[in-house]
Design a protein. Sequence first.
Length: 485
Amino acid sequence: MELKKSIFIGMCVLGGIGVGYAVYWDYMRRTNPEFRKKLRNKKRAAKLKKAAVEGAKVKVADFVRKAVEDVAKETFPADVSAKEKYFMEQVAKGESLFGSGEDHYLDAALCFYKALKVYPNPVELIMIYQKTIPEAVFTCVYEMMSLEVKKKQAEYFENFPPKDMNVRIKEISQGSSDENVRRGLFAAKDFSPGDVIFKENPIASALDPSLETGDYCSYCLKELVSGSVHDDSDLFEAVYCSKNCQEKAMNEYAALLFTSNEPSDPESKEARLVGLVKSGNVKFPLMIARFLAKMVHEETQKVATGVDEEYSTWDHIERLRFLSVPPSEKEAKEIKLLRELFAAKVPGMEEFISEERYLMLKGKLMYNAYGINTSRDNERNIRENTEETIRSSKSPVIGAGFYRVASYITHSCDPNTETKFPSKNYELSIVATKHIKAGDELKISYIRTGNRDLKSRRDELEAKWRFSCECTKCRLESGDCETAV
Ligand SMILES: [Zn+2]
Ligand SMILES: [Zn+2]
């Protein structure tokens, strides 16, 4: 059987890692004309078939909806051999069903959809299905997949942030247009000044490159007080506060980004990435590289452990605001280097790192990254980095972090929260500076406000975040007090 043979081959080449399948799926659908055409053709063929039987379309849609709902409630086997057994059973059943004729196509599709749920590399399996199962069955499996992805994304803000973070994300329409909607972070209970509202670790972080191989841990950004550890194979020459940080860094990104088969070759891709980050004193390309490596790590973990987190790292950043970054020579160089580096190590990633996607990631960092301060000595002289971050305190910034939840906090020159790093590492605490009631929106100052006047504040915000501040304080000071709220 061609199908079984292909799947067997698929299972044997699982050493190769794929990217987040929902992303990849969407990416293929949008960017690969052949794939799209094929889907369209398949859809068209299936539609014609459906039109021949009155009500069949509704029947299929109902079936798909019910199947996705039911399968979501099902528990699937967890260990590898049980998964394999379940997978083989579903595929065999699916094959025999579609072999018995068109009346059994929907049930066959359900089997193939269930098989997808336990297969370690769903993207690959979809490709195999596409070549091996009847078009109408494939279309149905495709619709189940699409519906599942759509449902999961639509429910995002119901599931995230987790309840124990004491906040909710809400959409607020502003101005007259319905389309002009912004998202903000709202307190789920009352807080008093000084209360920690929530704590959060970043998705990606980095020291200012001038501080690497120095006094701070490259992973958790903690100031090194009692010695450090490092890995000889690491071309980035990062130092860590502990074995634990070193192992995490190596697993999540450093082994992929900074270990090379040609460690002494100064022109290796890894060595060039080190050069780009360190000589340019730029942390954003490094944070993007780490972010992408982390996505790969997440997929590998999913394949290895069978544990599928409800939302991927990509899902989390997809809804965040960003500044539009026009393509330039500098970015073109960064994109080219990352594409080459990833292409050699992870199949599929070269295509994934498109110019559009890279610039969007950079724009998200530019809008949302928080300056991190873990230094015990606030007077320490730090070579200022040109990449701006949200910095609400007077303390010097030693690095930056990209946070899932804190990224939703809106700016105000008269904020009700501030950032703190009480663990003296990258763990961010959002702390109340005023009395906050359940339902109040959390606001933070993106800039150091001090005693600065209206123009100076607005100019900085305009230059770095490209908005003209209309917070209560700015409106009062600009004489726009009648309309101030
Ligand atoms: Zn550390
Ligand atoms: Zn303002």
